[in-house]
Design a protein around this ligand. Sequence first.
Ligand code: ASP
Length: 304
Amino acid sequence: MLSRGESFITLQGTPPESLLDMVAELAGRPAPDAEPPRPDGRAVATAFYEPSTRTRLGFHIAARALGLDVMPLDVAASSVSKGESLTDTVRVLADYGIAALVLRHPDPESMAVATAAGSCPVINAGNGAGEHPVQTLIDLAMIHRRFGRLTGLNITMTGDILHSRTIHGLIMALSLYDNRVTLVSDPALRLPADLGGLAVRRYAPRLEETDSLTRSILKTTDILYMTRVQTERGSENRPIILTEQVQQALNQDAIVLHPMPRTVELPEWFDSDPRAAYLRRNHVGLTVMTFVLETVLGGKNEND
Ligand code: ASP
């Protein structure tokens, strides 16, 4: 849940009405102001134990837009390489007076460790195959921008359903409303049992798992949400690729989203297709990251 002055670890537990209000507000927000008010003069630390382009740089820009300094921890050059624990690293940052910590870490338990260790709010920028609630807000804002609602939609998610934290977060958020979800993946990359159980309970019977992106699925899809196969988490299986046949069969009014980075599954030739909504992700991302940072720092939040 995203609340003023609190860590932002998960969207789970957010009342559907509050989430909808927040997403509708975000979807209509202009890009961050050139000279927004300064909440204070302190620094935001970013600690990325896994690679990142958009989220890491986006939070740097968002922090500066809010008048804060940025303290990026170079994990490889820090004492982490000497065996320093996450608890000790977070304690250093907290003792140095950071206003907030943006953390990405391969361990799903890392957010609990970091919030227990430090005295500042922590923003979950991805905890292993767990969640990436910042990306989930971006995805929801993009869906709301296009459809003006978060309900009554057919969402087809493809790729590494097992490891994709962005799929895990989005599927749980969309299950708060009345949507139909089709998961298309190699059989070895299906929804993990714990999340699958929860999702199935919330969705039944509106959740389907299959291994091929058929014409009939594509014809009724409103949102095609694609992901890459995550080789860094041991996946070696078949990607689901956007081919010319998929392009032709896909509902003309659909949008295609992808959290990025892409590999073979989403070819660059598709970028000129009007349904390639993923191209707008970076702009919406900056709006969302600025909003998240402002909120966890205790700034104004119109949804309170
Ligand atoms: N950037 C997203 C994430 O960090 C998606 C990905 O890596 O495939 O989860």
